[in-house]
Design a protein around this ligand. Structure first.
Ligand SMILES: [Zn+2]
Length: 72
């Protein structure tokens, strides 16, 4: 009888660990989803960067002010 109780206890413990593990996995999801910003490509060197950090030319995007200037 005590053996059965031990098996049940092990199952409950394993389930509880798995549940808390999944919880910690999903907790890390929101920052990555928020980081999925629109990415643009520098027309000069081809590096990818977030749209909010780029320098926009007439119809192209650049990673730095210098590349924007060099492209002109
Ligand atoms: Zn560049």
């Amino acid at each position: 009888m005590s053996k059965l109780l031990l098996i049940v206890l092990v199952f409950v413990l394993a389930w509880w660990i798995l549940k808390s593990y999944r919880k910690s996995m999903t907790r890390e999801d929101p920052p990555t989803a928020a980081a999925a910003e629109d990415m643009v490509r520098c027309a000069h060197c081809g590096v990818h960067l977030p749209r909010s950090e780029c320098y926009a030319g007439s119809d192209k995007f650049f990673c730095s002010e210098e590349h924007l200037r060099l492209h002109r």
